[in-house]
Design a protein around this ligand. Structure first.
Ligand code: GAP
Length: 517
């Protein structure tokens, strides 16, 4: 049913569907919301759990074979969100984890300095000497800046005729003082009131115990990784593992982002799926290459289109404090509708060297070295870290699945990979009489132990299919008049809307074959 040239995906429409169908709601909505925080509804929670479980399956329960076909060992962990504050001093987060931020002196709005963009326009019909370039100012990509300034641009066009777009500039890295003075605040529109960027700490502070003073101050973790480094020795001592091996953890992380935006893409509370791969220093480059390839393959197996994924190495100026001196860092990037045609980070893969273990060894005064019996050597392992965002992964999966289809009653369907779909099968009686609800109820009870299912009895069958299209349910089974005589049901396939009949006894096998695991 989908048309040959796929219509563009609109972010506002994706956000609206997420709310309408119970994927994601703004947090504290009845109190006006709270910027950078989101709640996952019933379908969003199930989708997130499915993506989380698929990652755990790939990383911990059944890790892939290594570059030489060897079996890899990765162990699971669930560490505390709040740790001793010295952890964050050792890790470099207290001193180094910040974003440059600029304020508008006029309206007090605060912006992440590297998000501020000026797009240069020129109006060729304006004769000299009045001809000049205009700077259209805003936050985001140049396209977003132009989009949020359409009224202003229309007004300029009214007075000066059509415009041509020239280059775009990052305000602080590319514009000189004169250019910066031309920059008007994206919030209040006043020119020349922007402060120079200052470092803004990203960690949320909190106090442990009854007394609120410097001694009781600590932080909500900004990454799950440190909990792994803290427990590296515990795992080594209790699980009888040898290098190389991994420790994986999924959990919440918190960052007081200066400008949370693009729906759940950059939020202040989010989930990460991180794995620290401990290996011999000399082998780190090999593992760095291995995990890049493997993680990219995994995202593809979650249904993300190869054309929407790419691997981008970090430039020297982008490297995190812990990755300097290693083989580097790459980002696996996804082409989100709000970055299209550009891409944005979905997962980072970094060679963290022995930075973290060394820092904790020094700060805590506890030996964290590994004794390598094979080489009769004692050393700190190096770490290669694939660090994925679970929340961001859910957004990529939602964006990929969103498929406009004007021919359908719902006008859109969510083309989730069947193993990720929050509802894997729906069961309907065609009408709520003549014994059909009873047969449908029995089938539903048989299926729900193995698959996530919904039984939906009321409303026209067309409306029920439309609801399931929006929920992304890959298969709908309908019990109708014929079922009562020949024990067959119809299966409706979400992606084609085609229907076929199968025996009611075959429904479980039918689903098991298509939804692995
Ligand atoms: N331990 C390394 C680390 O935390 P990172 O690149 O800062 O590296 C890893 O984060 C992943 O966590 C990112 O690729 C992204 O998917 C996710 N992430 C980071 N900040 C986020 C935010 N504010 N909102 C949602 N996801 C975020």
């Amino acid at each position: 049913m989908a048309t040959a040239t796929a219509p563009a995906k609109s972010m506002p429409q994706i956000v609206a569907l997420c709310k309408r169908r119970g994927f994601v709601f703004p947090a504290s909505e009845i109190y006006g919301g709270i910027n950078g925080f989101w709640d996952f509804g019933p379908l969003g929670t199930q989708l997130k759990n499915n993506l989380r479980d698929a990652w755990w399956q790939e990383m911990v329960r059944c890790p892939p074979a290594g570059p030489n076909g060897e079996q890899l060992e990765i162990l699971g962990l669930d560490s505390a969100i709040i740790q001793n504050p010295r952890v964050w001093e050792a890790s470099g987060h207290v001193s180094g984890f910040s974003d440059p931020m600029a304020d508008c002196r006029a309206c007090k709005a605060r912006f992440r300095a590297d998000d501020l963009i000026g797009v240069e326009l020129i109006f060729p019909d304006v004769p000299e000497p009045n001809k000049r370039n205009f700077l259209i100012c805003g936050v985001g990509t140049p396209e977003e800046v132009l989009e949020t300034n359409t009224k202003k641009i229309q007004k300029l066009q009214g007075a000066n005729g059509p415009y041509e777009r020239l280059s775009s500039h990052h305000v602080f890295s590319e514009l000189n003082e004169e250019g910066r003075a031309e920059f008007s605040c994206p919030n209040c529109g006043e020119k020349g009131h922007l402060t120079e960027p200052r470092e803004f700490k990203l960690m949320f502070e909190t106090y442990v115990g009854a007394v609120r003073d410097e001694k009781s101050k600590t932080y909500l973790r900004p990454e799950t990784a440190q909990g792994i480094f803290l427990n590296y020795k515990n795992v080594l001592d209790t699980m009888r593992v040898k290098l190389p091996f991994g420790i994986a953890q999924i959990g919440k992380a918190f960052r007081n982002e200066v400008t949370p935006r693009n729906f759940i893409y950059r939020s202040r509370e989010f989930e990460q799926m991180e794995m620290e791969w401990f290996c011999r220093p000399a082998d780190a480059p090999k593992w760095f290459a291995f995990w890049q390839e493997r993680r990219l393959t995994w995202w593809r197996s979650m249904g993300l289109g190869a054309e929407n994924l790419r691997v981008r190495p970090h430039g020297a100026d982008e490297l995190s404090h812990y990755a300097r001196g290693g083989s580097g860092t790459v980002d696996i990037e996804y082409r989100f509708p709000f970055t299209d045609p550009d891409f944005a980070e979905l997962e980072g893969i970094a060679h963290r060297t022995d930075f973290d273990l060394k820092a904790h060894q020094t700060q805590a005064g506890i030996k964290l070295e590994y004794f390598d019996q094979e080489h009769n050597a004692r050393y700190l392992p190096h770490v290669v870290e694939p660090a994925a965002g679970l929340t961001r992964g859910v957004l990529a999966v939602l964006c990929e699945a969103y498929t406009p289809d004007p021919a359908r009653p719902s006008k859109v369907y969510m083309r989730f990979h069947p193993k990720l779909a929050p509802i894997q099968a729906a069961v309907f009686p065609l009408v709520a009489k003549d014994g059909m609800p009873e047969v449908a109820g029995k089938l539903y009870r048989e299926l729900r132990g193995r698959f996530t299912c919904r039984l939906d009895i009321k409303q026209s069958i067309g409306k029920r299919y439309a609801r399931m299209d929006e929920a992304g349910t890959p298969y709908c089974f309908t019990v109708d008049g014929q079922t009562l005589s020949d024990q067959s049901v119809t299966v409706r396939h979400r992606d084609t809307a085609a229907q076929e009949r199968i025996g009611i006894d075959h429904v479980t096998d039918f689903l098991a074959q298509r939804i692995k695991g």
